[in-house]
Design a protein around this ligand. Structure first.
Ligand code: SF4
Length: 475
């Protein structure tokens, strides 16, 4: 269905505001007119599906992208047969890229059936020039491509596509400005992530993030606090402060946390992720003194071997990590510590691996995400000699998983018999007479209760531990 023209685009561009976010609101209005017209012609609302790959950062970006699409007039859908399909991609693992190419092939069939369908790609994978070259050449059915630095420009790129009917590609090499205050569609009405910073300066040798998300940029504290006050007014009670390394927030993370605690209406505050090298005594004190801050610290260890940690460029040792975990546990009552672990990093010996098992035992993690090292081209670790054969890595992975499961189950037992506050999140997936929520420690709890408690804090007696979660009774 043909709409608009190059001339119309030139005219619109002359009247568009130059400053953000006013410019994007302008393009949202322009796109809305077109979507409305299309929808009248088709006799049905247009739908949009956003599929998110990867981490919390991408999940947060997807909420913003869906918010913009909804404002334009699309109805949210989970089906990839939608009129607008967007993949928010991740590139941390190489096989994730291969999966995206596969799915793009399938989307081609859907587009053959519905030629008006718009396919868009964004996220970390698009920051790699080889990827964009390949899509331009071999996946001509893709309509819009943008990267991690300009997600706020979705409406403008969509408008250009409506006018020019050609593939729109805009990838920036670095952040130009942090544009916030655009519409956002929250997955849950009662909890929400808030970005406090973008990018990462750490260059862990296995990680692509600093190359695709750029150097650290912190938002001004007042901007962050304003956003949280608005969310609190809108009924949000739990906030997750987001950054690749929140401990290096430029304006002081403990100070920011303290100010978030002072906001009325916010009952629970989480944050993600904490690099062990930057976690300060000041932060431990603020958490200790403010019960609103979740009793949960995610502290990625990656490896327990000081030698491997050096190769990973992590800037801490086995000993300093254990000291930190001990300091956290002795200062913050009932805190849960969770972690990320990589098995099979290049050069990892059985002795190095034993160090990892040793830290898991001593730090007594409440849970751990375990990953098999996967070679990520473009990183320093991909060039390292002594890549570990798959069978050895797999065997170590299984041993680690068994230990992590045992340690976590043991840790879960310590709260059995206690009463605890639970934020009720949803109806239980298996039994609709049950609700599912989370403790401050991030442990999941299932208990019987009515649906109207969703989004509320309730007190629950923890009757029984089942591995990583609890069965409870509301009191
Ligand atoms: S801290 Fe390391 S692992 Fe985390 S995003 Fe930065 S470079 Fe990647």
């Amino acid at each position: 269905m043909a709409f608009g023209s190059k001339e119309q685009l030139d005219q619109t561009l002359q009247t568009a505001p130059v400053t953000e976010p006013a410019r994007q609101f302008f393009f949202v209005d322009e796109c809305r007119k077109i979507v409305q017209e299309l929808s009248e012609m088709k006799g049905r609302p247009l739908t949009a599906c956003v599929n998110t790959f990867g981490c919390q950062m991408n999940a947060k970006d997807s909420e913003k992208l869906l918010g913009i699409l909804k404002e334009i007039g699309y109805q949210e859908s989970n089906s990839e047969d939608s009129d607008f399909v967007l993949y928010n991609t991740c590139t941390v693992r190489e096989h994730a890229n291969i999966r995206v190419y596969g799915r793009l092939g399938v989307l081609k069939n859907s587009k053959d059936k519905n030629p008006d369908m718009i396919i868009a790609l964004c996220g970390c994978m698009m920051q790699e020039s080889e990827v964009v070259d390949k899509i331009r050449k071999s996946y001509r059915h893709v309509d819009i491509i943008f990267g991690t630095y300009n997600i706020y420009k979705l409406a403008e790129l969509l408008y250009r596509h409506f006018m020019e009917h050609s593939m729109q590609v805009e990838i920036l090499d670095a952040a130009q400005e942090m544009v916030e205050d655009l519409p956002s569609l929250r997955k849950y009405p009662f909890k929400c992530g808030v970005n406090i910073m973008y990018g990462c300066n750490n260059f862990c040798s296995y990680c692509i993030v600093p190359y695709v998300r750029g150097r650290e940029r912190s938002r001004e504290p007042e901007d962050v606090l304003c956003e949280i006050r608005r969310l609190a007014d809108d009924g949000v009670i739990e906030i997750m402060l987001l950054g690749q390394n929140v401990n290096s927030y430029a304006y002081g993370f403990p100070e920011l946390l303290q100010k978030v605690c002072d906001i009325d209406g916010i009952k629970r505050i989480r944050f993600m992720t904490s690099h062990p090298k930057d976690l300060s005594d000041g932060l431990i004190r603020v958490i200790r003194d403010n019960p609103k801050i979740a009793r949960h610290i995610h502290l990625p260890l990656q490896s327990g071997s000081s030698r491997i940690l050096r190769e990973m460029n992590r800037h801490y040792t086995k000993e300093s990590y254990l000291e930190l975990a001990e300091k956290i546990r002795s200062n913050i009552d009932g805190v849960a510590i969770t972690t990320d672990l990589i098995v099979g990093f290049p050069g990892e010996t059985e002795e190095d691996f034993q160090d990892t098992l040793d830290v898991v035992r001593k730090a007594a993690f409440d849970s751990a995400f375990t990953f098999l090292y996967s070679k990520r081209s473009g990183t320093r670790a991909a060039e390292m000699p002594d890549q570990i054969p798959k069978d050895i890595a797999n065997e170590r992975f299984n041993r680690l998983l068994a230990l992590v499961t045992e340690t976590a189950s043991h840790q879960t037992l310590r709260f059995v018999g206690q009463d605890a506050e639970v934020l009720v999140e949803e109806v239980n997936a298996k039994d609709p007479s049950f609700l599912t929520g989370r403790l401050s420690t991030n442990h999941v709890v299932h208990f019987e209760g009515p649906n109207d408690l969703i989004g509320k804090m309730v007190n629950v007696h923890l009757d029984e531990a089942k591995g990583f979660y609890y069965m409870g009774t509301m009191i």
